[in-house]
Design a protein around this ligand. Structure first.
Ligand code: FEO
Length: 172
C-alpha cells in the first residue's frame, strides 16, 4: 500500500507525463504542417511513448492500493520558430522531467518507500536516454546550420530512428 503522500506525488507525475504526451503531439503536428514528415513521425511515436509512461504510473498506483487520477491538462504551445527550437524545447522539458523524477526518488527515500523507489528506477534510466537523444539531435542541428540538404537528411534519419527505437514499420 502506498502512502497518500506518495500517491499524490505519483499523480503529479501522471500529470507531467500526460502533458509531455500532448507536448510532443503538438510539436509533431507543427513539423508535419511544415513538411518535416520524418521528424513529425518521430515525435508522434514519442507522444505515444509518453502516454505509455503515464499508463505505467496508472497501473502502479492502482496495483498498490491508490487511485490514479486522469489529469486535466493545459494546452501545450502550438507554434514553434524552427526545428532547432523544437529540440531545445524537448531538451529543457526532459531536464525538467528528470528533476521531477529525482525529487520523487528522494521523497521515496524520506518516506522509506523502497518498492516505489525500485519502480522509479525505470524512469531514471529512461530520462538519461531521452536527454541524450535530444542532445544528439541538437549537436547534429549545429553541424547542419543552414544547409537544406543536411535538414533533408536529418528528417529522413529521424524517421528511421523512429522505426528502430519504436519498432514500427514505415507503413504505419
Ligand atoms: Fe516520460 Fe519524456 O519523459
Amino acid at each position: 500500500m502506498i502512502s497518500s503522500k506518495i500517491e499524490a506525488a505519483l499523480n503529479r507525475q501522471i500529470d507531467l507525463e500526460g502533458f509531455s504526451s500532448m507536448y510532443y503531439l503538438s510539436m509533431a503536428s507543427w513539423c508535419e504542417v511544415k513538411g518535416y514528415n520524418g521528424i513529425a513521425k518521430f515525435l508522434y511515436h514519442h507522444s505515444d511513448e509518453e502516454r505509455m509512461h503515464m499508463l505505467k504510473l496508472f497501473q502502479y498506483i492502482n496495483d498498490r492500493g491508490g487511485h490514479a487520477v486522469v489529469p486535466g491538462l493545459d494546452a501545450p504551445p502550438k507554434m514553434y520558430a524552427s526545428i532547432h527550437e523544437i529540440f531545445e524545447t524537448i531538451l529543457s522539458h526532459e531536464i525538467k522531467v528528470s528533476n521531477e523524477i529525482n525529487a520523487l526518488v528522494e521523497l521515496c527515500i524520506q518516506e522509506k518507500d523502497y518498492t516505489t523507489h525500485n519502480f522509479l528506477q525505470w524512469y531514471v534510466a529512461e530520462q538519461i536516454e531521452e536527454e541524450t537523444l535530444a542532445r544528439n539531435v541538437l549537436d547534429k542541428l549545429r553541424l547542419i546550420g543552414d544547409d537544406k540538404g543536411g535538414m533533408y537528411l536529418l528528417d529522413r534519419d529521424l524517421q528511421s530512428l523512429s522505426v528502430t527505437v519504436h519498432g514500427s514499420s514505415k507503413e504505419d
